[in-house]
Design a binder for this molecule. Structure first.
Ligand code: GAL
Length: 876
């Protein structure tokens, strides 16, 4: 039996060494039996309690001396000394093993305590943070069982937290372990000194101050948590760094740096070797034979220290990673083994990709030598009605829909994403601008990251880069967004300091920052690798043009992109008359200004934006007039909780999304699809054609198509044929008089018939049409089915203004309705409600199978006076 297959047997799957790998490794010399690392989820079976008043007298200021040393691995200068006395908090009952937490809520992680709460629509509350109860102190408790063998073997025991909101601090068996304040970063806590055989009580405190965010932050341990057990000598936390300095069709050079950590007291001499395999995208595991090997290096690591070792190899005929759809996102995985005298001590897997990125000041981004225009979107971290609690399927669905639109790039505005979000981008082939901060030295709101910036910015930045730098999807780092100091000397100096850190940690990618005010003569612009412009490039609001040309002439050697563009706002399916005849207009309440401040809606003609922003059409024109611009990251792909501009005083979620909060496409989706997928035959017509109050009234009709010519028909009669002009991105018939019946459009491209679309005037609501995104889901208690309901007339067409109250129910089978939504930014019904009004004819229920369940789950939607609908989802 080969070493690796033995190893796999012993670890009973925990090491996750695949059979394929063991076969590939059969040529390695046989070694003694080993125990290596285990990494197990500790998401399940927590107890939780939220307190609106501080229940324990603790605060970050009190805890800080014991938390700051967590930053030490990332500090280049003076380290923080850990106080010699035990940390505070052990007198608090919540951390003690005897505390009876049965009255607390039983929860599984990822968890967001606020997303299930009530919206607060009182007058003095702004919608900026989403009106959900995210503030307060949250305590989490869980029992961890640690084996005698683990303790006896002197193993290192770590808690890895992918993200906790906010100021997370942990105690094990009543003793303060440490913490990490920045809620979007991942961190590791060393439980070893406090762990014992048998039951261990882990208690985690999070603290969410009011005024800590400009958007809905979520609340609690909102990402995955892991318990990692390793031999004292092991690969350190995020301890590998892979680069591919030279790439040709024949071969790619691979360089790998491995940080080996020895937590034992005695020095150890170890061998470090790595095999490289192709990665199976779905299973995220190695597949086939090893394609390359970095042979063993021997190194001696002193007790309680870390040491790095570099190795290199080549991969023949590399399969490159590249963005879909033109390229293929192939990935590899490096499997590193640390061994001592023939005994394997640790195995560590690093997925990576082989690709080149070129930042061309005149063409933009080239991946593997091929120009790829950046068709990007900015997105927040929340997942709609699920709140901030990370869910793999919900994130995958977000990206799938963006990709369907032709979106090929994501900006993680304005903070590090969940690690799985990057894994999805790697495997689905999207480019990523990975962004870390929204504030530096100065506040945007009172309690935001500026409070932590002086002491934590270096540690947060370095740990963020070390976590993420092997992802092939990441093509750029963003060190910040619209900083208050962007135009002054502090901003320049800070940018230089942060960018230098990024260059040290990952010299292979360029750094950008979102500048909404800093002009071409600022120090920040001179300092930064890539000129990142928020809105100013294309010209804010009604400005005819913006600053692209000035930046390009001042910095002819730097690439420019729109780090943030558009910020167009709309309510799905709501059309407000009259319609501006302009290409872009600033939203307001007056005639032609697109807003309805009584009902708090913005017109879905997709022409309206706040004063700093613009319609997609205007942005497209400016991008086309300045073809050296690499592309844009539209604000935003999906609606998000909070920031309901321009109705912060009355609504709870944004109007910016191309896709609404529930996941229904706004008309804008098709405007972007027409531009971003020019080869997809498509045509989309707006508005709907059911206007009982508009007979005889002018009702403009706009068409979004990837074709170049279109003819509109009203009840079969031509309303005129139009060709798209050079800077036209929609075809508009602004003088159509509404008559009921059918409106249809026929389009052509290069003279050939291309695509068509139509709407007909619908009758009264008659039934509910229920559909689901996937007929089969995993019965793991995490996978989700997204059940959509359309209110339809007798012929089965959606009734566009329908707002019937719909009740969802799992009528049979092992499933539950988690949340419901409808994409209406004003809707105050709590997300977990099983009853929800349709908005513009549609509503959504998110369904999950019970943990460990299998079988058919039947979901029914009912509404008074309508024929109910059902759909079946199979859990397996
Ligand atoms: C930008 C900002 C974003 C968001 C957006 C809304 O200025 O960077 O975070 O607030 O405005 O238009």
């Amino acid at each position: 039996m080969s070493f690796l297959s033995k190893c796999g047997t012993v670890l009973a799957g925990l090491l996750l060494v695949s059979k394929m790998q063991s076969e590939a490794a059969a040529t390695m010399r046989p070694r003694a039996e080993v125990l290596g690392r285990e990494r197990v989820s500790v998401n399940d079976d927590w107890r939780f309690q939220r307190f609106t008043e501080n229940p324990d007298g603790l605060s970050y200021d009190i805890l800080k001396p014991w938390i700051l040393p967590a930053a030490n691995p990332y500090l280049s200068g003076t380290k923080h000394e850990k106080p010699s006395e035990p940390g505070p908090g052990s007198n608090i009952t919540f951390v003690q093993s005897g505390f009876d937490d049965k009255a607390w809520d039983a929860v599984d992680l990822p968890h967001d305590w606020a997303a299930t709460g009530e919206f607060d629509f009182s007058e003095d509350v702004s919608g900026g943070t989403g009106r959900l109860p995210f503030t307060g102190i949250g305590w989490y408790r869980k029992s961890l069982t640690i084996s005698e063998e683990t303790i006896q073997a002197g193993k290192s025991i770590y808690l890895d937290v992918d993200g906790a909101m906010a100021y997370a601090t942990a105690w094990l068996n009543g003793e303060l372990v440490g913490g990490w304040p920045y809620p979007y970063n991942s961190f590791r806590l060393d439980l070893t000194p406090y762990a014992k055989t048998g039951d261990n009580v882990l208690a985690i405190r999070v603290d969410n101050a009011p005024e800590s965010a400009r958007w809905y932050p979520g609340a609690g341990i909102y990402r995955n948590t892991w318990l990692v057990t390793a031999n004292p000598v092991h690969v350190g936390y995020h301890g590998t760094y892979i680069t591919t300095p030279t790439i040709s069709a024949e071969q790619a050079s691979i360089q790998l740096k491995v940080e080996v950590e020895n937590t034992g007291n005695a020095s150890q001499t170890v061998q470090v070797e790595t095999e490289i395999f192709e990665l199976d995208s779905a299973s995220r595991k190695a597949t086939g034979q090893a394609v390359a090997k970095i042979s063993a290096s021997t190194l001696s690591v002193s007790g309680n220290s870390k040491q790095s070792v570099n190795g290199s190899t080549t991969v023949a005929n590399p399969k490159l990673w590249g963005p879909a759809p033109k390229q293929t996102p192939n990935e590899y995985i490096a499997v590193t083994t640390i061994s001592s005298n023939g005994t394997a001590l640790d195995t560590y897997e690093t997925p990576f990709g082989i690709r080149t990125v070129t930042y061309d000041p005149n063409q933009g981004i080239l991946i593997n030598g091929q120009h790829v225009p950046v068709y990007g979107t900015c997105n927040h971290h929340d997942l709609g009605s699920l709140g901030a609690a990370f869910n793999y399927r919900a994130a995958e669905r977000q990206i799938e829909m963006l990709q369907e639109m032709g979106n090929n790039a994501l900006r993680t505005s304005h903070n590090p994403p969940a690690p799985e979000w990057l894994e999805l981008a790697d495997k689905m082939g999207l480019m990523v601008m990975d962004e870390i901060f929204d504030t530096w030295n100065y506040a945007k709101v009172d309690n935001d990251f500026h409070l932590l910036f002086p002491e934590w910015s270096e540690a947060d930045l370095r740990s963020f880069i070390r976590r993420d730098r092997n992802h092939p999807s990441i093509i750029s780092w963003s060190i910040g967004n619209e900083l208050a100091e962007q135009s002054n000397a502090t901003g320049t100096a800070t940018a230089k300091r942060l960018q230098d850190i990024v260059h040290e940690e990952d010299p292979t990618k360029h750094v950008t920052v979102g500048m909404n005010n800093a002009g071409p003569t600022t120090g920040l612009a001179a300092e930064i690798d890539i000129i990142g412009l928020n809105y100013q490039g294309e010209g804010k609001g009604n400005a005819a043009s913006g600053s692209f040309a000035a930046f390009h002439s001042k910095f002819p050697d730097k690439m420019i992109w729109s780090t943030e563009s558009a910020s167009t706002i709309s309510s799905r399916g709501v059309y407000i008359f009259p319609v501006t005849s302009n290409k872009s207009a600033i939203v307001g309440g007056g005639p032609g200004e697109g807003g309805d401040p009584i009902n708090n809606h913005v017109s879905a003609y997709e022409l309206y934006a706040p004063e700093w922003a613009a319609s997609p059409d205007k942005v497209f024109e400016q991008q086309d007039r300045h073809p050296y611009v690499a592309g844009e990251f539209v604000w935003t792909g999906w609606d998000y909780i909070g920031e309901p501009t321009p109705y912060d005083n009355s609504s709870r979620s944004s109007y910016f999304g191309i896709i609404d909060l529930a996941g229904f496409k706004k008309d804008r989706f098709y405007l972007y699809q027409a531009r971003w997928r020019p080869d997809l035959p498509m045509a989309h017509i707006l508005p709907h054609w059911t206007w009982p109050d508009r007979e005889g009234k002018v009702t403009p009709v706009h068409v979004f198509t990837s074709g170049d010519e279109a003819e509109l028909f009203i009840n079969g009669k031509s309303a005129g044929r139009q060709k798209r002009g050079q800077y036209d991105y929609r075809l508009r018939w602004d003088n159509v008089t509404y008559t009921p019946g059918e409106i249809s459009v026929k389009t052509w491209k290069n003279g050939a018939e291309w695509a068509s679309a139509s709407h007909r005037t619908v009758g009264a609501a008659a039934a509910l049409n229920v559909t689901v995104d996937r007929a089969k889901i995993d019965g793991d208690g995490k996978d989700l089915a997204f059940v959509s309901v359309a209110v339809v007339d007798e012929k089965g067409d959606t009734v566009p203004a329908a707002d019937n109250e719909i009740t969802f129910e799992v009528v049979s089978g092992p499933g539950e309705i988690v949340t419901t939504d409808n994409g209406d930014p004003r809707d105050g019904t709590p997300f977990p409600s099983k009853t929800r009004k349709a908005f513009s004819g549609l509503a959504l229920a998110i369904v999950r199978a019970e943990k460990g369940a299998s079988g058919e789950i039947v979901v029914e939607a009912k509404a008074e006076g309508l024929v109910a609908g059902k759909v079946t989802v199979t859990a397996a």
